[in-house]
Design a protein around this ligand. Structure first.
Ligand code: NAP
Length: 160
């Protein structure tokens, strides 16, 4: 637990503080934080609660300081990948949807300086789009149903 807090919270804040003054003097620089899709596309991430929560911190921290330092010529970005075949995920074989570390890092470097938060590997971006669309559809459909239920209740009570 302590390690997750140290790596995802303390290190992000203190390393940023450590490098930012030098970048301000040079009037240029880039900071790339690797967040996670677990904090962006899903409403909850049980059994990896601390991981996803600290990645959420990392994402909002990056997005916010990105605006604070944009005018100073410093690009700060949080990338939010889905699954990559690495030691951490224990996914040994790469596939179209699960790139190797080399495939991901190639895309990752090309995206530096583009958006405050992004998904550089294009098939991750597609998966993210689908997850967002499912979420938006579920909310829209649920809201329609609940509105209908409410109106029926009001009719039953003679209010409508
Ligand atoms: N793989 C994915 O699907 C995925 C998805 C989204 C985000 N990410 C993020 O991508 C980043 C890299 O993950 P990965 O998949 O490449 O994992 P990985 O293959 O397990 O590599 C993690 C790296 O972090 C180092 N590390 C771990 N704990 C540390 C500590 N307490 N202090 C210093 N270094 C430490 C490891 O060092 P050792 O080699 O010495 O152990 C290793 O070099 C992580 O921030 C992860 O959250 C990964």
């Amino acid at each position: 637990m302590e390690t997750i807090l140290r790596v995802n919270l303390n290190a992000v804040v203190w390393v940023t503080k450590g490098v930012i003054d030098g970048m301000l003097k040079k009037k240029r620089g880039a900071i790339l934080n690797i967040g996670s899709a677990s904090s962006v596309y899903l409403s909850s991430y049980p059994l990896q609660t601390l991981y996803a929560s600290t990645k959420t911190f990392m994402a909002i921290f990056s997005r916010s300081i990105s605006l604070e330092y944009k005018e100073a010529g410093i690009d700060i970005q949080c990338q939010v990948p889905l699954f990559i075949a690495t030691k951490m995920t224990m996914l040994r074989r790469r596939s179209m949807l699960v790139p190797s570390a080399e495939m991901f890092s190639g895309a990752s470097v090309r995206w530096i300086g583009h958006e405050r938060q992004c998904n550089p590997y294009w098939l991750h971006a597609v998966q993210g789009f689908v997850l967002h669309a499912i979420d938006a559809f579920t909310i829209w459909y649920g809201q329609r149903y609940l509105k209908w239920m409410r109106e029926e209740g009001l009719k039953d009570d003679g209010i409508l």
